[in-house]
Design a protein around this ligand. Structure first.
Ligand SMILES: Nc1ncnc2c1ncn2[C@@H]1O[C@H](COP(=O)(O)OP(=O)(O)OP(=O)(O)O)[C@@H](O)[C@H]1O
Ligand SMILES: O=P(O)(O)OC[C@H]1O[C@H](OP(=O)(O)OP(=O)(O)O)[C@H](O)[C@@H]1O
Length: 215
């Protein structure tokens, strides 16, 4: 039980991060049943760990945590930077590693006011603004690599993990903005009211991560 006696509500991203996050939680000794992994349930009680998982679209995790409907959450640094919500970033979980990069065709030539397509308009705008480069940012929601191939944009800002998508589409990585891993975040009020439970979780995960580094 937490200090307030409440179950710890965890905003868990569905998809890529969930697989690695649930593995990390299990390694940290939190008994998450395997049969949750393929479930379509959106609110998943984990009474053995005194937790409840709220299964969220990754981009929505910071919103749930900022509003306090989840006490803590797991989210990629990419989403955290883009959404810029008022939450505490507690721990780098070191999972779901990739990087945010500027990408283009190999024969790309500078143009005035180039178009940049991305799922991350805020991150991309800030990046080019800081470099004094005027660009037109176009928000897309997926298959970002299509944009330079079909003439929608001159460059894109997107995630690179293995580089396979770039390679198969004849694109090249021009600059890296920052590297990305998933982070544990907390609601500011929950962090005070449920501090012991949240701190205990951070300690268990930190020990697991330290063990993984030593091994
Ligand atoms: N190859 C990758 N491409 C994109 N994100 C990756 C990659 N590898 C790890 N990640 C991390 O995983 C997070 C979630 O990715 P995922 O594809 O599950 O969600 P999504 O992009 O919101 O997908 P969808 O829109 O289909 O729900 C990203 O925010 C990023 O932190
Ligand atoms: O370097 P790689 O290992 O090839 O991974 C990078 C690709 O993965 C992501 O796309 P995702 O699979 O999430 O699909 P999306 O186009 O719908 O965003 C990302 O947007 C890149 O396209």
């Amino acid at each position: 039980m937490t200090e307030s006696g409440a179950v710890l509500k965890v905003a868990m991203p569905k998809g890529r991060i969930y697989k690695q996050a649930s593995k990390l939680f299990r390694q940290a000794g939190l008994p998450i049943p395997e049969d949750f992994d393929d479930s379509r349930k959106l609110i998943v009680p984990v009474p053995e760990a005194n937790m409840e998982f709220i299964m969220a679209k990754p981009v929505d995790v910071p919103t749930y945590v900022e509003y306090g409907v989840a006490d803590i959450g797991i989210v990629g640094k990419d989403v955290l930077m883009e959404e810029n919500k008022d939450v505490y970033e507690l721990l780098d979980l070191g999972i779901a590693k990739c990087r945010m990069s500027v990408i283009g065709l190999p024969n790309w030539k500078p143009v005035i006011n180039p178009r940049v397509a991305t799922k991350y308009p805020s991150v991309a705008s800030q990046y080019f603004r800081e470099r004094g480069q005027q660009v037109e940012v176009i928000k897309l929601n997926g298959s970002i690599e299509l944009a330079p191939l079909i003439g929608l944009a001159d460059r894109i800002v997107d995630m690179v993990e293995t580089g396979q998508t770039l390679q198969e589409n004849g694109l090249v990585e021009m600059e890296t903005l920052f590297s990305v891993t998933s982070r544990l975040i907390a609601n500011r009020v929950s962090y005070r009211l449920q501090n012991a439970a949240i701190q205990a979780l951070c300690d268990r995960i930190s020990q697991t991560l330290a063990g993984a580094v030593r091994a």
